[in-house]
Design a protein around this ligand. Structure first.
Ligand code: AMP
Length: 609
């Protein structure tokens, strides 16, 4: 194992590294730093967050900055505002003793004028998020045509957040002779394509296995009926009194609901989602980082950039649509050499997804039983006893109260006293779990109706219609809704949206068809009114939802269908009022791609550098 002193870094940088408490380089640092200090060959690094990748590119970059020049020499592009701020802070701390290094962050959701002024004062390193960077480039406030090093951090996240066009637009503006560094936790095909297209013979550095989750994360899953998800979550929280974890949900609404229930039930929890203002999110994240919150219920987008190293649990309240998202979620635990646990709650029809994930992370998932009431109570009891054993007693302070305490409790036997003491904290668990049900379902058990509903959805994204088979003879009413693939709608999500808005789990949902800009779904006709009233003020990602019955037109009540195209045409006008869903609030604002294109001449050479 080498030390930082052997890495040919200057005294100034070593001093800063020492102050940060870094003793030996992490594997990604050991592989990248010597290369970056001596070679201009590109670097493709497969490394998760938490592996020390910021210092891997940051230390050599700071080392090489020529402080006498005030032009942008290195440019870091990353997916979120939080990560952007974090990287900037890290780089500033590495540069603490090297005078004259100027680093600035440009990200959405903050004053562009302040950022432009910072750029105008002259900087050598810019860290930015794609949308704001493009905006700055359009305004000619940011020039990156002379950079020597381009760093794409969390490249897979940038693509999964839909920044592909921004990325290619920005890449087109960078000089050909720069050195490109690409850091990614996973290696999906799109990243490989970007590497092939924009990088020259890169040195490949892999920390851990390709596409693999963190080495020291164990993956377990619980199988319950869909309706028992929340109950299962509570038991997980109850049996782990010292839990410090993130519960991932799929939608903002689900995030809010789960967090609200946890708070109501006395847990130390809060929600993090895109509907919160930046200030509110900063506050929630701050409380979580300081461990004033034990459980953070979050959407994937909102949790991006939240860098916490010692989480005990990642809980998938729902599985994400993309296996890559699971890898990112699970990579948030098991950091800095610690053991981590990624827990997933599934229903009977989702087992095949677990098999896919096992292949993706190259690890076996262990099925465990949701603890029963007795197990939870036992654990809580031992926890209370541990607390009693380890509590610090301030003899001096308490002495004055002891005579009263002794007098009041003098009647009690030792046994009575112990029982009462333990019951102070423990009774609510005993009460709650007195007749607790077994939540586990056995693998071959036929899923109940609500499971079937979820199971029908699968992962298909085409509009070919899911669940075309009805499970009963129920008469259905067909509805049109102004959410479609453009809103990232899937059959599963749509079922979530329906269930949320009609607020009744008992209603049977029939056929679902997802089209580009809208969708169709069927509902047990007895509940058709519930749909109309339930959706009246409903929104999806900030957009008003419009739902109406379909009695005629492209799909008649007898089920004769026209092609998806003609239906699309029929409804296009009605849906045209609904724009594509606005992405999570933590995503920086994306300037219009079409407009932006005219600012980037196709032929770079004609710009005369
Ligand atoms: P990163 O992957 O860059 O987000 O880094 C994850 C965490 O590891 C951060 O809190 C860093 O400060 C810390 N870190 C980075 N390099 C080292 C090192 N060589 N030794 C100890 N901690 C480190």
């Amino acid at each position: 194992m080498i030390t930082f002193n052997e890495l040919a870094l200057s005294e100034e940088i070593l001093k800063a590294v020492g102050e940060l408490g870094f003793e030996t380089p992490t594997p990604v640092q050991e592989k990248s730093i010597p290369h970056l200090l001596t070679s201009s060959r590109d670097l493709l690094a497969l490394a998760q967050t938490g592996t020390g990748k910021t210092a891997a590119f940051g230390l050599p970059t700071i080392e090489q900055i020529q402080t006498e020049y005030n032009a942008v020499q290195a440019f870091v592009l990353c997916p979120t505002r939080e990560l952007c701020i974090q990287i900037t802070k890290d780089l500033q701390s590495y540069a603490k003793y090297k005078e004259g290094v100027k680093i600035t962050a440009v990200y959405g959701g903050a004053s562009i004028d302040t950022q432009i002024r910072a750029l105008r004062r002259g900087v050598q390193i810019v860290v930015g998020t794609p949308g704001r960077v493009l905006d700055m480039m359009r305004r000619k406030a940011l020039k990156i045509d002379h950079i020597q090093r381009l760093i794409l951090d969390e490249a897979d996240e940038m693509l999964s957040m839909g920044f592909k066009e921004e990325l290619t637009g920005i890449l087109a503006e960078t000089p050909d002779d720069k050195q490109t560094l690409l850091f990614s936790a996973t290696m999906p095909r799109e990243i490989k394509n970007i590497a092939d297209k924009y990088m020259k013979n890169p040195l490949e550095v892999t920390v851990g296995k390709k596409n693999a989750g963190a080495e020291n994360v164990d993956h377990i899953y619980y199988m319950v009926q869909a309706k028992d998800r929340y109950e299962a979550l509570k038991r997980i929280a109850d049996i782990n009194p010292n839990i410090y974890g993130i519960v991932f949900c799929r939608t903002r609404r689900e995030t809010m609901e789960v967090a609200a229930k946890l708070i109501r039930d006395g847990y130390n929890a809060d929600a993090l989602h895109g509907e919160l203002s930046q200030a509110q999110r900063d506050q929630v994240m701050g409380r979580f980082r300081q461990k004033h919150l034990q459980i953070l219920v979050a959407t994937d987008v909102a949790a991006r950039g939240l860098d916490v190293t010692d989480l005990t649990h990642i809980i998938n309240y729902n599985l994400p649509d993309e296996p890559g998202t699971y890898v990112h979620r699970s990579g948030r635990t098991g950091r800095a050499g610690k053991k981590g646990l990624c827990v997933t709650i599934i229903h009977g029809r989702e087992r095949n997804k677990i098999y896919q994930l096992e292949q993706k992370v190259d690890k076996k998932f262990k099925r465990e039983n949701v603890p029963n009431g007795q197990q939870v109570c036992e654990k809580r009891l031992y926890n209370v006893i541990d607390k009693i054993q380890n509590v610090e007693i301030d003899d001096e302070q308490i002495a004055q109260f002891m005579p009263v305490v002794e007098e009041k409790l003098s009647e009690l036997t030792r046994e009575d006293m112990l029982k009462r003491l333990v019951s102070v904290e423990f009774s609510r668990f005993l009460r709650y779990y007195k007749n607790a049900r077994d939540l586990n379902i056995i693998a071959h058990e036929k899923p109940n109706r609500s499971d079937r509903r979820e199971g029908m959805s699968g992962n298909k994204r085409d509009g070919s219609g899911y669940g075309s088979k009805h499970y009963s003879d129920t008469p259905f009413t067909r509805f049109h809704i102004n959410l479609g693939r453009n809103n990232n709608m899937t059959p599963q999500r749509l079922m979530g949206v329906i269930n949320e808005n009609i607020r009744s789990k008992k209603v049977e949902i029939g056929k679902i068809e997802i089209m580009k800009k809208f969708s169709f779904f069927e509902i047990d006709s007895r509940y058709a009114d519930k749909v109309t009233s339930g959706f009246q003020k409903a929104t999806f990602d900030g957009e008003q939802i419009f739902v109406e019955t379909v009695n005629h037109g492209p799909h008649d009540s007898k089920g004769s269908r026209e092609s998806g195209e003609s239906r699309d045409k029929f409804y296009r006008e009605r849906s045209s009022g609904s724009r594509g869903r606005s992405r999570g609030g933590d995503r920086d604002r994306r300037p219009g791609i079409k407009k932006e294109k005219k600012y980037f001449p196709k032929n770079k050479k004609s710009r005369g550098k």
